[in-house]
Design a protein around this ligand. Structure first.
Ligand code: 3PG
Length: 216
């Protein structure tokens, strides 16, 4: 029996707000609020801002302060320092593409929970050992896709995943049909090109179409 060291109610609440999480690399923090509003308009109430750009922390802060109806996660968090920066900016969830011992330790019982990324049975066992039964599965398509998730459900039926990496409008529904998948994430929902062009209605349209597609 494992001891949970993740706030499961917070994570499950975040992951069930909408079945799909937009994964965003934002070039300019001035786009944060219009982008988040465009997603809300399209029916999506969660956003993962990846710490891959220098604008990311400010974007998280603006959304956390100005749009309480949008839940914001920090993604691509690689170490405890970035974890703390994400908390300080107001992120409600921290997501990592992989695991390190330091990151798993920082996330244990943290009021801002960690969704750690795994891509193998051994990594999942390390995460479970540290009390994590909700994980990101990354890079989903490259690391075995649906067949891998089905296989992991044998020995690890208590674990629920958010697959990301190669999820698209076309394949999202097949991932969501799996009993061990709570939500999926991906960058297809907020293409950089549309953000650059400030095509907010285009982003709302993709969000609505993606939700319709997953909920049919
Ligand atoms: C992530 O960090 O979750 C991925 O980079 C998203 O992958 P995608 O661009 O293939 O959707």
């Amino acid at each position: 029996m494992w001891t949970d060291r993740q706030d499961l109610s917070l994570i499950d609440d975040f992951c069930t707000q909408s079945p799909i999480i937009p994964v965003v690399a934002i070039a300019s923090s001035t786009d944060a609020i219009p982008l988040a509003n465009a997603l809300l308009e399209g029916g999506i109430k969660v956003i993962e801002i990846t710490l891959r750009t220098s604008a990311a922390l400010e974007a998280i802060q603006l959304i956390a302060e100005q749009l309480p109806e949008m839940q914001v996660a920090a993604g691509t968090v690689l170490n405890p320092l970035q974890y703390q920066q994400a908390i300080d900016a107001g992120a409600q969830l921290v997501i990592s593409p992989g695991i390190t011992e330091n990151l798993l330790d920082k996330g244990q019982n943290n009021p801002v929970p960690l969704l750690p990324g795994i891509s193998s049975a051994s990594e999942l066992m390390m995460a479970l050992d540290k009390g994590y039964s909700r994980c990101k599965f990354f890079p989903a398509e490259a690391a075995g896709s649906i067949a891998m998730l089905k296989a992991l459900n044998g020995p690890f039926s208590q674990v629920k995943f958010c697959p990301t990496g190669g999820i698209t409008l076309e394949n999202a529904k097949s991932f969501l049909a799996l009993s061990n998948v709570i939500c999926v994430g991906g960058s297809w929902l907020s293409p950089s090109k549309l953000i650059e062009q400030q095509d907010w209605s285009g982003i709302s349209r993709i969000a609505r179409q993606s939700l319709d597609n997953c909920q049919q």
